[in-house]
Design a protein around this ligand. Structure first.
Ligand code: AMP
Length: 838
């Protein structure tokens, strides 16, 4: 008996200590997409129930996605849905604890070809306590989800907004006379916050320059009256608002959508009160509140937060008060961390004092450890004191865990030292290799006559630095594991030097590899690194006195740092004739200033300078013009022409908000006009044999009169981190835009830019409504790439956009994705074809 108690206590203390060591952070919906256990079996049979079943062999427990065999008939099937119009039948999953659910998957009954039933449409209901149920609906209010079209394919549906629930019901919506069967899976992660509801005053409406801006909590799932109670909503949906609260991550949303906000006019006491209720008692370390700080529009962070705590029935008398330190100078939205002093509570009531006319919140998250109470076995007295022998066990536990942690830290440190040494060695090796190769090329061709190719193709010299990656870095081995899953690829890895595959089978995107990968037809390509070599004394770039720049507003933020709109005094005078811009005689001139962040490391600094070098050489109406630089002192800045309408992705998404005038044909003409401009810019780059490597709408900018210019000769952006395949949380490869040979062989050529152009064209014609292959996970996109490689007709193409003319899809878009790179059209051909089709 004693030993059982000891083991229990031991386990408990380990759980407690681990929980204490793990600082909980807010949920990231992009990462929180793990299958919760219908397929994998972590969800027990007894936790799957249903309103009814057709027969014992189609009981609830057979409703597991991708589970075809066993003693059942291959799915859950309810009894005939007898009530006309009533959709009462459901399959219920109990997850045993609260979960953040971002995705659901459904499948019909296949049963080795015997099945014929599936749910074409269904609804979702969920509950956190098992007694009050909420019907899920999307951001537009639609409850019904499109389900399956056959008995075998899995159809995944993103829950937008995601839900926090313990119980989930799938309710088929079908003709009551039909038999319907379902298999399901839920995807998400555990909801560690423990927050079960928050209560807030209803959000207000702002009129900003004649525009209605709504700050209501539009996805709140509790009771809504003057105050919203007993529910969760936008403050816990994992989506943070943008700096500019008029814009939103959500396509088609109204201004102010991402924020819940209040005006101080209706709160005479000068604060709003928010009550947070938790599933049980926690020790709270801190609370993070994501707030807007657009003080130019009367919105500021809160001036003070006073939080009260409750574990029993009464609020404790001694609250915690916190005042954010210095007034932030920047208008960026941010998380403010409010320390909660390890206070114990199951409810927290916070009063947020207005710092200005408006208070806007988009997310709240808590960091806590389980209360020591959770360490008592059930039925124990919560005030129970641990006796001496238990204290010894506790100390033993602590020592063991500290020893384990120290060992882990030592291993990590040891690995890092090794990695650094290997990186240094490989860098030296790469640089030597690169210098040698480029030295040969320099003799072979000059910048202006760069298209001559060497016979064997090895002198092609096409290296662009999308990102500097060193073969020895363990971080970059990861995708290869996925790629090595493709059996044919394993064969390829034998000829590592030709195929650009490392000795470990991993494709390396290192510069030296890429040089050796160029086809002879692509020889003479000029990219970032050798651009550097060619940057000679004829450069027209000027150092601009930074004191003549006056900050106007922040335009955005990229990999390198912030981009600001500035007035540049006397800029016209300092521009060379070649660089001066038409129609910009007014003084001072509006310019965009991209600054390298202060904490940038050496690689980022080199990449930034490299982008400057590249851009200084490019002159085309459809390429963003670099006007001047400030590189004599830090922070390094590049000054480019200002593109009034921001990036093309955001621009197209916002088009959906306004009503597009004209008919469908009219729209496609306008959209194709944009594509023509990108094709023209790319035609220019290809005339220089320059490989862009990251063509996408997010990397094009929109100026006056819908002028489009290609930008970003550097790297990826924070705003679009979801577009890049992440390895251990780092933004690396834009795989959804990359050709199969770029992903599998690390081969970047003009033809792979053509592939990316096809995807960009698809984005334009879908008004960037969704990410390419949005139904596929990153891993599935890579699998699909494998299908292109295998070429057995199983590869999936992006579908024809609704307003895309048939010939543009059939003759142009699909041809950009031909397996054989040589069969893809050139940018010259694309430009002609698009111009003629308008
Ligand atoms: P980047 O660092 O180039 O990725 O840019 C980050 C953000 O700044 C983008 O989302 C653009 O909206 C904005 N931006 C960059 N360059 C310009 C420009 N020349 N004109 C207007 N907006 C820009």
């Amino acid at each position: 008996m004693t030993s059982i108690m000891e083991v229990k206590l031991n386990l408990c203390c380990i759980v407690f200590i681990l929980a204490a060591a793990t600082v909980k952070a807010q949920v990231n919906p992009e990462m929180c997409r793990y299958p919760l256990g219908m397929t994998g079996g972590q969800i027990q049979d007894e936790d799957i129930s249903a309103s009814s079943q057709w027969s014992e062999s189609t009981a609830a427990r057979f409703g597991r996605l991708d589970f075809d065999t066993g003693d059942g008939d291959g799915a859950w099937c309810p009894d005939i849905m007898s009530e006309p119009g009533g959709f009462k039948e459901y399959l219920q999953v109990d997850l045993r604890s609260l979960h953040f659910i971002t995705l659901v998957g459904t499948q019909g009954r296949h049963a080795d070809g015997m099945g014929n039933e599936f749910a074409q449409r269904y609804r979702i209901k969920y509950s956190r306590d098992g007694s009050s149920w909420v019907g899920w609906h999307d951001r537009m209010g639609n409850q019904v989800i499109e389900g399956n079209k056959n008995t075998y394919d899995v159809v995944l549906k993103d829950l937008e907004p995601p839900i926090v629930a313990r119980f989930v019901r799938f309710m088929p919506v079908t003709d009551p006379s039909l038999i319907v069967c379902m298999r399901v899976e839920l995807y998400g992660c555990e909801w560690l916050d423990g927050l079960v509801s928050y209560s807030i005053p209803d959000g207000h409406q702002m009129i900003y320059r004649g525009l209605d801006v709504f700050f209501n909590d539009s996805v709140y799932d509790g009771a809504t009256a003057q105050r919203l109670t007993k529910g969760l909503g936008q403050l816990t949906d994992g989506t943070w608002g943008l700096d500019d609260f008029l814009h939103s991550h959500v396509p088609g949303a109204w201004p102010g959508y991402d924020y819940v906000g209040w005006s101080n006019k209706t709160f005479p006491k000068g604060y709003i009160e928010v009550v947070f209720d938790f599933d049980h008692i926690h020790n709270f370390t801190s609370m993070k509140v994501h707030c807007s700080n657009m003080f130019s529009r009367g919105v500021r962070l809160f001036r003070q937060a006073t939080c009260f705590f409750r574990s029993e029935s009464e609020w404790e008398p001694d609250p915690m008060t916190y005042r954010p330190s210095a007034e932030p100078l920047s208008q960026s939205a941010r998380f403010v961390t409010v320390p909660l002093g390890d206070r114990t509570a199951s409810s927290i009531k916070c009063r947020f004092h207005f710092g200005d006319q408006w208070l806007l919140f988009s997310e709240v998250a808590f960091q806590s450890v389980f209360s020591t109470r959770s360490c008592t076995s059930s039925g124990d007295d919560p005030t129970h004191k641990v006796d001496d022998s238990n204290t010894r066990i506790l100390i033993g536990c602590l020592v063991a865990i500290i020893a384990i942690l120290l060992t882990i830290i030592l291993i990590i440190l040891w690995r890092q030292v090794w990695q650094k040494m290997l990186e240094k060695a490989s860098r030296r090796w790469l640089d030597d290799e690169l210098t040698a190769r480029l030295a040969v090329q320099t003799q072979a061709f000059s910048f202006l006559h760069s298209s001559q190719s060497s016979e064997d193709g090895s002198g092609s010299g096409s290296i662009s630095t999308y990102e500097r990656i060193y073969p020895a870095s363990a971080d970059y081995q990861e995708p290869s594991r996925l790629i090595r899953k493709l059996p044919e690829f394993a064969e390829c890895s034998g000829s590592s030097s030709r195929a650009g595959v490392g000795s470990d089978g991993a494709p390396h995107y290192a510069e030296a590899d890429i040089i050796s990968l160029q086809e002879s037809s692509d020889s003479g390509s000029i990219t970032a690194a050798n651009m550097n070599l060619f940057a000679g004394s004829d450069s027209t770039l000027r150092e601009f006195p930074r004191e003549k720049l006056t900050f106007k507003e922040k335009l955005g933020e990229g990999q390198f740092g912030e981009v600001h709109l500035c007035e540049a005094e006397d800029m016209q005078d300092s521009l060379s004739e070649d660089t001066s811009m038409e129609g910009s005689s007014e003084s001072p001139l509006l310019v965009a200033v991209k600054m390298l962040r202060e904490d940038a490391n050496k690689n980022a600094r080199n990449d930034f300078l490299k982008e400057i070098r590249i851009m200084s050489r490019l002159r085309d109406p459809n390429i963003v013009r670099l006007l001047a630089v400030c590189v004599d002192t830090d922070p390094l800045c590049m000054i480019t022409e200002y593109m009034e309408n921001g990036d093309l992705n955001q621009f197209l998404r916002s088009l959906r908000l306004k009503t597009l005038t004209g008919g469908e044909a009219d729209h496609s003409v306008k959209l194709l006009g944009m594509a023509v401009q990108i094709a023209s810019g790319m035609k220019y780059l290809s005339s220089l044999n320059f490989v862009h490597r990251d063509l996408a709408t997010r990397n094009c900018l929109v100026g006056k009169n819908n002028t489009i210019k290609i930008a970003d000769f550097g790297m990826s952006r924070n705003l679009y981190r979801g577009d890049y395949f992440r390895i251990q949380g780092r933004a690396v490869l834009p795989i959804r835009w990359m050709s199969w040979e770029s992903i599998l062989l690390g081969k970047f050529t003009m033809a792979s830019d053509v592939w990316a152009f096809g995807v960009t064209l698809w984005e334009i014609l879908t008004l960037c409504k969704e990410q390419p292959y949005s139904q596929l996970s990153d891993e599935q996109v890579i699998e699909n790439t494998g299908e292109f490689f295998r070429n057995q007709g199983k590869q999936v193409y992006l579908p024809k956009p609704q307003c895309c003319p048939d010939r543009i899809y059939g003759d142009l878009m699909l041809s950009c994705w031909r397996r054989n790179a040589k069969e893809r059209p050139s940018f010259q051909e694309i430009h002609v074809q698009l111009t003629e089709s308008r």
